[in-house]
Design a protein around this ligand. Structure first.
Ligand code: ZN
Length: 251
């Protein structure tokens, strides 16, 4: 079985002291299709090294919506375009809007989101979308661009998910479905059509287990839970998710 992880930060500093062990555990678990999200030059450098060794690992680059406090100059967007031309990433992301953690940088976030969608259109790249407490604006902006991609760590309603699906997006679930009181995420996940479903860890973040740093190998637990939610075998779920994963990157 192949497990895809549709969103993880393998280049994160948090993995610096044990990146090789983390990658070994991941590959041993069958997790060999990750999307490596890079929102800093450190993460990009580490992820480029990983891609050299593992050409199937997908590379995504962006300016993160939570990272527009101090520097929101156009130079940062030009740098993303330079990276696209020099390193040929597979995806733009994560990009989007976070009105939950950073309500005060709304306007900057919108500008960077729109500009990065324009880059995605220009270079024919899919996008990995971060949206928190900003679904109306996110949808509005996505509607006016011809992109496709992934709604990362989805926590919204089923109605909203259907609208994103209509715009050509897959809906990706993380460890939120594992929490004992996670009635809503499980309910929403159960209604996402199998041909639009993706699964991710967002590691090293979003660990469902106290005092354990999340890593891609843990994605298997999320697959197991979602296979129960959908009432299908793990094999069937892996095949469906892998197909959706490949589809996102199909030209
Ligand atoms: Zn992330």
């Amino acid at each position: 079985m192949v497990f895809a992880d549709a969103h993880c930060h393998l280049g994160s500093r948090q993995f610096d002291s044990y990146r090789e062990e983390m990658i070994t555990r991941m590959l041993n678990a069958g997790v060999n299709k990750p999307i490596m999200i890079c929102c800093s030059s450190h993460d990009l450098l580490e992820s480029l090294r990983l891609r050299e060794e593992h050409p199937a690992f997908k590379l995504a680059v962006s300016v993160h919506p939570q990272d527009l406090e101090d520097d929101y100059s156009e130079a940062r967007l030009q740098e993303i375009e330079r990276i696209i031309n020099e390193y040929h990433p597979d995806m733009i992301g994560e990009t989007g809007l976070d009105y939950y953690s950073h309500p005060h940088t709304r306007e900057q976030q919108k500008h960077f989101f729109i500009s990065q969608l324009e880059l995605a259109e220009k270079y024919g790249l899919p996008v990995n979308i971060h949206s928190r407490k900003a679904s109306a604006d996110t949808l509005d902006i996505l509607k006016s661009h011809r992109c496709k991609g992934i709604m990362h760590s989805y926590s919204g309603s089923i109605e909203m998910a259907r609208l994103y699906i209509r715009e050509g997006y897959c809906i990706s679930f993380g460890a939120s479905v594992l929490f004992p009181n996670a009635r809503r995420p499980r309910e929403v996940a159960s209604q996402i059509p199998l041909d639009r479903l993706l699964i991710e860890t967002d590691s090293p973040y979003q660990s469902p287990v106290l005092n354990h740093r999340h890593e891609p190998a843990d994605v298997v637990n999320i697959y197991e839970e979602i296979s129960k939610i959908h009432g299908i075998s793990l094999e069937e779920l892996c095949a469906a998710v892998e197909h959706n994963f490949d589809n996102v990157f199909a030209k």
